[in-house]
Design a binder for this molecule. Structure first.
Ligand SMILES: NC(=O)c1ccc[n+]([C@@H]2O[C@H](COP(=O)([O-])OP(=O)(O)OC[C@H]3O[C@@H](n4cnc5c(N)ncnc54)[C@H](OP(=O)(O)O)[C@@H]3O)[C@@H](O)[C@H]2O)c1
Length: 279
């Protein structure tokens, strides 16, 4: 007779930045996902503290009060029988402290917030490593973005002129986007230098040629109301232009990646960067 193993206990999940644009989607996704248990939510606005997150975001009561007490929440989560996970969709100014605190409590961070500097990322990687605590930093949770980056890696075998344009809503705090930086890094790691100069260039207005990212790749950032998150990678060669474009029309597109990351981070013992590493 075969014995069916009992379903493993649900993963306790804390969401930081739960009232924000990404946080709201994440609350709904985690509340509905099989095997995940939303245990606490954090936000900042004093008007929201103590209110039920489900009522605030309009998805019906969830009986989880919003708090701004990070340390208390992490200590509470750390007492769960199962290893807890903290999803962070807050702000570039707060994310480093949030993630370091989570690791210190043994709570596994899944970091969607962008804007961590290379130095902060390295520091968090060393801290996670020492603590043997898994941590996922994912500048973009959309599967389409992973496919776009893979297409760009293919294209880079044939083109050595490339520029990136990223376009976002005007409430985005950091520029360039984490996705654009990651895309440039991925292309930069392939062992070639891009955009050999054709002429001696003069930038008559600072920033006109965009930000200089990895290996000569330029990133141009557009911020406008009406946009959500969009990116174009343009490869140029004499007589042709190859453009790869990804458009986000609904933040729900990020949620399968977020739920996957919450499950996968429990298998890790160090910091891993990028959705492509866990697909
Ligand atoms: N990885 C991805 O796929 C992906 C996709 C989209 C966006 N993002 C990134 O996710 C982050 C959040 O984006 P969003 O559009 O959801 O932002 P948002 O709408 O401004 O929401 C931010 C949330 O974080 C809280 N918050 C803001 N500043 C804070 C601080 N200093 N300390 C603690 N909490 C703070 C806000 O609380 P109050 O409202 O109470 O102040 C709110 O709940 C950004 O870095 C963005 O670039 C990542």
């Amino acid at each position: 007779m075969t014995v069916t193993p009992p379903p493993s206990a649900p993963i306790p999940v804390v969401i930081n930045g739960a009232t924000g644009k990404m946080g709201r989607e994440t609350v709904k996704a985690v509340a509905q996902a099989e095997g995940l248990d939303l245990i606490a939510v954090l936000a900042r606005n004093p008007d929201h503290i103590g209110q039920d997150i489900g009522e605030v975001i309009g998805c019906g009561p969830l009986e989880i009060p919003i708090t701004n007490d990070l340390e208390g929440t992490l200590a509470f989560a750390a007492q769960e029988k199962q290893i807890p996970v903290m999803v962070d969709f807050t702000h570039p100014d707060a994310v480093y402290h949030n993630v370091r605190s989570a690791i210190a409590y043994g709570v596994r961070p899944v970091v969607g917030t962008t804007g961590l500097s290379p130095q902060q990322l390295q520091d968090l990687a060393e801290f996670a490593d020492k603590a043997s605590v898994g941590c996922l930093v994912i500048p973009n949770f959309s599967i389409g973005v992973v496919l776009m980056q893979q297409a760009a890696i293919q294209a880079s075998r044939f083109y050595n002129h490339v520029e990136i344009i990223e376009l976002h809503h005007n409430h985005k705090a950091d520029a360039p986007s984490g996705t654009a930086v990651q895309t440039a890094q991925l292309l930069g790691e392939l062992g070639q230098t891009y955009n050999p100069p054709a002429v001696q260039e003069t930038e008559k207005m600072a920033g006109a040629r965009g930000a200089a990212a990895a290996e000569g790749i330029r990133i141009h950032s557009v911020r406008l109301p009406g946009l959500i998150a969009h990116q174009e990678i343009l490869f140029g060669a004499p007589g042709e232009l190859y453009t790869i474009r990804h458009d986000t029309s609904d933040r729900g597109c990020y949620m399968p990646g977020v739920v996957l990351a919450v499950r996968k981070v429990l298998e890790l013992k160090s910091l891993v960067y990028g959705l492509d590493k866990i697909l």
